[in-house]
Unconditional design. Structure first.
Length: 314
């Protein structure tokens, strides 16, 4: 049978390119879990995906209620869940003030981390039930959260501190930042990506042996053309793609990045669990090292426990 992969945020950028790459193999049915139904339908058509290869389902990660509803609706389709890809993200580098999710969490961490945290915890049961030979859960990471890299050292750097802001609710009353500091939109995004990478490793430690599910993260390269930068200042949007292409040389097209993520979904040689994948200049994959903070097992455990409380699992 075809595999079923759920991809969050498949209405643009990396998620869409991955959906297309998987659909083209003829071996996958892609559930595009998106907040904007019409946009997702149009996007699927625009890249030439055929009707039988995908289903669009509503998911707004900035609402825990919506996450639960998505899980219910997915279960009602009676499709097995073989692979979950947590890809959606918001990035608000120029915001002066924080905005908040339906439950009142700062929106970058609320969407990118807490929404996906609840989704992955709930869908783990569905993955367990699947009889697919290689079941996987993938959380898209980023170099920007990794302070052991050049890009990760551009200020403001990611830093979760002792998680005091998160523990106090991340609702702007005490703080809207995980470390309890002043609001900074770019840092909030980077922090959320560190959370994504910590969560993947904690899932691996807790569930890989018991379930056989492969847990993985990746940095697909800098896809300087995606909508992720839509809220950046115009000059940045103009100069960032050529800067990445010719100077940093980390640039990767949406199509190539989609193929990389599709490999992490289905390539038999990328089936190892607990790995953060990256690609070198000739596009071969390798197991990359995470920064000290992004591989801190104690922090991962604490993040897990605090996040469980915030999303109502504990
Ligand atoms: P895009 O902005 O193109 O895509 C982000 C997707 O997330 C969109 O489909 C968007 O939906 C969706 N999304 C945003 N908020 C929500 C929400 N509340 N509920 C559901 N979906 C939501 O960015 P990219 O494709 O670049 O980003 C995809 C992933 O890749 C992210 O995890 C990002 O961190 C990561 N990444 C990107 C890099 C890059 O250079 N671009 C580098 C490294 C990692 P909508 O279409 O409705 O806006």
């Amino acid at each position: 049978r075809k595999g079923t992969a759920v991809i969050t945020g498949a209405s643009s950028g990396l998620g869409l390119a991955t959906a297309k790459a998987l659909a083209e193999t003829g071996e996958w049915h892609v559930v595009m879990a998106c907040r904007n139904f019409l946009k997702a339908e149009k996007a699927a058509k625009s890249v030439g995906m055929s009707k039988e290869d995908y289903t669009v389902m509503h998911l707004d990660l900035a609402s825990l209620e919506s996450v639960k509803q998505f899980v219910d609706s997915f279960r009602r389709t009676e499709r097995p869940l073989d692979v979950l890809v947590c890809n959606a993200a918001v990035y608000q580098p120029t915001a002066k003030e924080p905005s908040f999710t339906a439950e009142g969490f700062e929106i970058s961490v609320g969407t990118n981390h807490l929404g996906h945290f609840l989704l992955s915890r709930l869908l783990l049961d569905d993955l367990k039930k699947s009889d697919y030979p290689s079941k996987r859960m993938i959380i898209v990471g980023s170099i920007t959260g990794n302070t052991n890299t050049l890009a990760g050292n551009v200020p403001p750097k990611a830093n979760l501190g002792d998680l005091r802001g998160l523990a106090s609710g991340l609702n702007g009353q005490n703080s809207s930042m995980i470390d309890g500091g002043e609001y900074d939109g770019a840092k909030a995004y980077k922090d959320s990506k560190v959370c994504n990478m910590l969560t993947m490793q904690e899932l691996h430690r807790r569930y890989h042996e018991e379930t056989g599910v492969t847990f993985a993260s990746l940095y697909p390269g800098c896809i300087a053309t995606t909508g992720l930068f839509r809220e950046h200042v115009p000059l940045f949007r103009l100069l960032f793609p050529p800067f990445q292409k010719y100077i940093i040389k980390g640039y990767v097209s949406e199509e190539e990045a989609g193929k990389r993520l599709a490999q992490v979904v289905s390539d038999p040689s990328l089936g190892k669990s607990g790995v953060y994948w990256s690609w070198n200049n000739n596009s071969s994959s390798f197991e990359n090292q995470l920064s000290k903070e992004a591989s801190d097992a104690e922090k991962a455990k604490k993040l897990w426990e605090v996040s469980e409380k915030l999303v109502g699992l504990a």
